[in-house]
Design a binder for this molecule. Structure first.
Ligand code: SF4
Length: 374
């Protein structure tokens, strides 16, 4: 249980000072030339906000530019093939974001005449848009009043007001939202929200915050107490479980590699992967039963660990050679022979592109950026 502080809020003079200091800092140091800010329209703001949910600005910029070049407007995204959408997301991690983005675009076409709605309730009813993202879209894209609370804003507020407890706990989150709503000014709301996100990303960073450069240094409670590291409170950790699996690298006579599309939900949902065989089964038998393929074993590659938010996956890639396809059992829509010398634009799970790269170094490795947002 966290020791949540009483719900007193700063008085209006203190709140006004807070916003003024943040806005003053923003005028001098805030980020104003990011690609989604120029031009700033609801579609571009929405795409950037979803990409930034778990990923830093420096990583997002290239992905964003490529994404809007291929899908310049919401309609083109709604009508796009899901494989192409996943391909453009490949490497950004947290793939549910891409699936939701695509579904959201289709819903906005069907229910909102192709225009993202302005009000918070309608925005939050769309896939992948939570309370803070809705606030960011409403304020940044439509210039309307709304407060936000992403990871960066949580950190600034938790430190400045010494809010005890892990922000994943309901009571702590509620307290942080109270503060955010109370402090967000009616005027210059978009600049203030952008400033708070920038402040958390650039100054009040997770480790070694640059307090000397912070506009809030005089009033920051955590700093005054010398307890910055205590905020935001950490989740009590339990060690992650370890699961094991084999990824089957099935080669045909021309050394093409068999890829299988993952189901829409679950790990790597909707991405293309090497067929996954339970660790305790033999790959040859699994291929025959599940894919109708007759294969013979070649060799094993070295084990590698891929870490998800809730577990570690120990992967053993197993090389197999196809001897005879039994076509009757093959599902043509979810299987593809991947040509290493002329790779198709497919959304690949990050560890799969690493394995393919080891087989042929010309295959690009997808980064797996699962760090702090912005
Ligand atoms: Fe964060 Fe330091 Fe500013 Fe406090 S003074 S809000 S700890 S950067």
């Amino acid at each position: 249980m966290s020791n949540t502080p009483p719900a007193a809020l700063p008085d209006s003079a203190a709140s006004g000072r807070f916003a003024k200091q943040v806005l003053g800092w923003f005028a001098l140091h805030g980020r104003k030339h990011l690609p989604w800010q120029n031009p700033r329209d609801p579609y571009r703001v929405w795409i950037s906000e979803i990409m930034l949910q778990q990923t830093q600005v420096t990583t997002v910029i290239d992905y964003f530019n490529r994404f809007v070049e291929t899908f310049p407007e919401l309609k083109s995204l709604a009508e796009a093939d899901s494989d192409l959408v996943m391909h453009h997301w490949s490497g950004l991690g947290y793939y549910a974001r891409a699936r939701n983005l695509h579904r959201c675009a289709q819903l906005v076409m069907a229910e909102h005449q192709g225009n993202l709605p302005e009000d918070l309730e309608s925005l939050q009813s769309l896939p992948g848009i939570g309370r803070s993202t809705a606030g960011a879209i409403r304020s940044l894209a439509f210039g309307q009043y709304a407060s936000i609370l992403d990871g960066n804003v949580k950190r600034v507020l938790a430190r400045h007001y010494a809010v005890e407890g892990w922000p994943g706990e309901t009571a702590v989150l509620k307290r942080l939202w109270q503060l955010s709503e109370h402090l967000t000014p009616q005027r210059h709301c978009a600049d203030y929200n952008q400033a708070m996100m920038d402040l958390g990303a650039m100054v009040c960073v997770r480790t070694k915050p640059l307090c000397e450069a912070c506009p809030l240094v005089q009033s920051c409670v955590a700093r005054a107490r010398g307890e910055i590291d205590r905020y935001p409170g950490k989740k009590v950790k339990s060690s992650k479980p370890v699961r094991s699996a084999q990824l089957l690298v099935v080669l045909d006579d021309a050394d093409n590699i068999l890829l299988q599309k993952r189901p829409p939900s679950g790990i790597w949902g909707g991405l293309w992967s090497l067929p996954e065989c339970p660790a305790e089964q033999r790959g040859e038998h699994w291929c025959q039963v599940n894919l109708g393929l007759q294969v013979k074993p070649l060799s094993q590659m070295s084990l590698r660990r891929h870490t998800f938010s809730h577990f570690h996956l120990d992967i053993t890639p197993v090389l197999l050679k196809m001897e005879k396809p039994l076509k009757a059992v093959m599902d043509e829509n979810s299987l593809v022979w991947y040509n290493l010398s002329q790779p198709e634009d497919l959304g690949l799970a990050a560890p799969v592109s690493t394995i393919l790269q080891q087989i042929d170094p010309k295959i690009p490795i997808a980064e797996n950026n699962e760090g702090e947002a912005r």
